[in-house]
Design a protein around this ligand. Structure first.
Ligand code: MOS
Length: 676
């Protein structure tokens, strides 16, 4: 199906958070900390308050009241301590955006600065083991004896990979428009991946009952995780609206987004692998070092995919975290799986070369019967099928494994492969279906962040009701609709689709109205290892003179349950793969070691792939019949596309050049380095 909202989007009629016409709207503009650590001695707002159009200045001088439950980055102005450079320390509300911005520049914040520490290292004395890693996994797991496994191995490798700070860059910036209505109810138009969860977070932050808040997010211009949890601008808009009695709009600039909407933690990842003479793993160890802020703990689950991938008698995974004077890391597409699989799948390639084995055969040989860490059966697992199908399409049989020998003029050519995985979960949601003059109205507080959620839910409802999709209308993006899980963790379609499907079943009973709440059904789900799998193949051309890397071909083969719509699915897969290409070759936010905060805070310097960077990109899939998932038999597809891509490209660069770059992104300087 084509996207239902395609026409309103391309004609500019789709309304985003900052665009709702609200009478008497005013504008807030944040003031950000200039120091990386310290105490605010004084906020002098006299000059700002005297400027044209200024209605209020908010700061910790007179902290606007929030509930004691207000947490972390959302507890605006509640403390005088500065946790990182770029933190919001004050805000101006004025009649126009320009007046607010001008007055924000006139707010004088006096700091008592302290020495800061923004440097992640695997030797940092502050490293500790978090109790759990996101979204609740144990930090460390293991079985067997890794040292004995390595000692008994015919081939071992011990390698360290590093990945930089990465930032989501949705086209629509973070924006919120808030007002308190005559009955004291808080209305927030927010750019959000989840209206129900956004409402709950905002209500908790202000100490309100959930039904005293309404969050509307009908269209969202990309999210990828950075709109998965409520960001400070929504709290700021609501707070400013309460202080001024006027509707307040805030739209962050791209620079401001880099500071306050989260980022992917940098990682240092140490892997030790051993294999016997046949290539069977004897030991696998994956230890990830990551950062969080002093504001709150965010522990990314980087080593978790190693618990799922390969069978081995000895397995050890661990996470170590250090709290630095930085902003709190947050969600970014396939958090954990994406950087973790970059390291694991690069290491598997290194092991294959060290053992003289084909990298596909090494993976096939170590494909486990049950989930290695838990021993649970897989609901379905077709990694081997994906590897085989990709090999066929990529002509892998004719590949000469010798690195650094294929040349086309200045260009060295190589191919690489990597596996990928992402959990297939679903979460409780509610839906309502009603008949209206021969048409069908489906309501659920789902979010469409550009994925085509509205469209696929229409399709699910039409199929369940046995009617033409043109007669089905799906209403989403509003917390006043039945509660739904957010668009995150590749759980949207599985969670909402289950509720819509059950509501349609309920509707069939009387033909008037159908209701569903999937909480009980999901609580009854059998314990099982549910994951999507895939194989990524890349062809890289590396310029021997300039070090430039061009990815001439990317192929992803996925086994992700039943694919519900080919057009929408392909778009998700190649979108993820394109982000993976950016991670491999371009994306990197520098931390400013001297002053704190980030350098490279816009799209002029933080490069993401453009069309010309992805000349050949294909996504295909193997249909799976999996009864252990949900009524649609689907696995999530939003995030698996980015997993493994960077490793496949890195492995292709090695095959092209004979040079292993273990630090992302793979820039020309790192390619040329060994020559000097
Ligand atoms: Mo995705 S990082 O779970 O929005």
């Amino acid at each position: 199906m084509n996207r239902i909202e395609g026409r309103v989007k391309v004609t500019g009629l789709a309304t985003y958070a900052a665009e709702y016409p609200v009478e008497g709207v005013t504008y807030a503009y944040p003031v950000q900390s200039l120091v990386a650590k310290g105490r605010i001695a004084r906020v002098d707002d006299r000059e700002a308050l005297a400027m044209p159009g200024v209605l209020a200045v908010l700061s910790s001088e007179r902290p606007p009241e929030l509930a004691p439950e207000a947490e972390g980055e959302l507890a605006l102005f509640q403390s005088r301590e500065v946790a990182y450079r770029g933190q919001i320390v004050a805000a101006v509300v004025a009649d126009t955006y320009e007046n607010a911005r001008a007055a924000a520049a006139a707010v004088r914040v006096e700091y008592q600065p302290q020495a800061h520490d923004v440097h992640l290292s695997a030797e940092h004395p502050g490293l500790y083991r978090p109790k759990t890693v996101n979204p609740g996994f144990p930090s460390d797991t293991g079985h067997g004896d890794v040292e004995a496994g390595l000692a008994a191995a015919a081939t071992t490798i011990e390698v360290t990979y590093t990945t930089p700070v990465l930032h989501n860059n949705p086209m629509e910036p973070h924006a919120s428009l808030a007002y308190w209505d005559d009955l004291g109810r808080l209305m927030v138009y927010d750019t959000s991946q989840g209206a129900s969860s956004g409402r709950d977070i905002i209500a908790r932050t202000f100490g309100l009952p959930p039904d005293a808040v309404r969050v509307v997010a009908r269209h969202v211009g990309g999210g990828f995780g950075c709109k998965g949890t409520t960001r400070p601008q929504a709290v700021l808009a609501a707070m400013a609206a309460r202080e001024t009695g006027r509707p307040v709009k805030i739209a962050l600039t791209r620079h401001q987004m880099y500071d306050v909407t989260g980022y992917r933690t940098p990682t240092i990842q140490r892997l030790r692998l051993g294999a016997d003479a046949d290539g069977r793993l004897t030991a696998l160890e994956h230890v990830a070092y990551e950062q969080s802020s002093t504001v709150e703990e965010f522990a990314e689950q980087t080593a978790v995919p190693a618990r799922v991938m390969y069978g081995t008698p000895a397995l050890h995974t661990a996470h170590r975290l250090v709290r630095l004077d930085v902003a709190t890391p947050s969600w970014m597409r396939a958090p954990g799986e994406c950087p973790g699989m970059y390291a694991l799948e690069s290491a598997m390639d290194e092991l294959a070369y060290a053992a003289g084995l084909d990298p596909i055969e090494l993976r096939v040989l170590n494909d486990p019967e049950t989930e290695p860490d838990s021993g649970l059966p897989f609901s379905s697992r077709d990694l081997v099928g994906c590897l085989r199908e990709g090999a066929r399409r990529f002509d892998w049989e004719r590949r000469d494994p010798e690195p650094g020998v294929r040349r086309d003029g200045e260009w060295l050519i190589g191919t690489g492969v990597a596996a990928c995985t992402y959990p297939a979960r679903r979460m409780p949601s509610k839906a309502v279906v009603a008949a209206q003059n021969g048409e069908f109205l489906v309501q659920i507080a789902a979010a469409d962040i550009g994925t085509g959620a509205r469209t696929v839910l229409t399709k699910i409802a039409a199929e369940a009701l046995g009617v033409d999709p043109a007669r089905v209308h799906v209403e989403i993006g509003d917390s006043d609709l039945p509660d739904a899980f957010l668009a995150g963790g590749s759980m949207g379609t599985a969670s909402w689709g289950s509720a819509v499907f059950r509501a349609c079943e309920d509707f069939q009973r009387d033909g008037k109205e159908g209701h569903a709440d999937t909480a009980e059904e999901i609580a009854r789900d059998a314990e099982m290892a549910r994951h999507a799998f895939g194989a990524q193949f890349a062809e890289a051309r590396v310029n021997a003179v300039t070090g430039e890397v061009r990815v001439s071909r990317l192929l992803g083969v996925f086994a992700a349950g039943h694919i519900m719509d080919a057009t929408l699915a392909r778009s998700q897969f190649i979108g993820g793969m394109t982000m993976g290409l950016g991670m491999a070759l371009m994306e990197e936010t520098y931390t400013d070691e001297e002053f704190g905060g980030f350098l490279r805070r816009d799209l002029a310097q933080y490069h993401i792939p453009a069309n010309a960077d992805v000349p050949g990109i294909e996504a295909v899939w193997l249909e799976e019949e999996d009864e252990g998932l949900n009524p649609m038999g689907s696995k999530g597809i939003g995030e698996i596309g980015i997993v493994g891509t960077a490793a496949a490209i890195g492995n292709a660069v090695f095959h092209a050049t004979g040079h292993r770059v273990r630090d992302l992104p793979i820039t020309p300087a790192k390619i040329l380095m060994p020559r000097f």
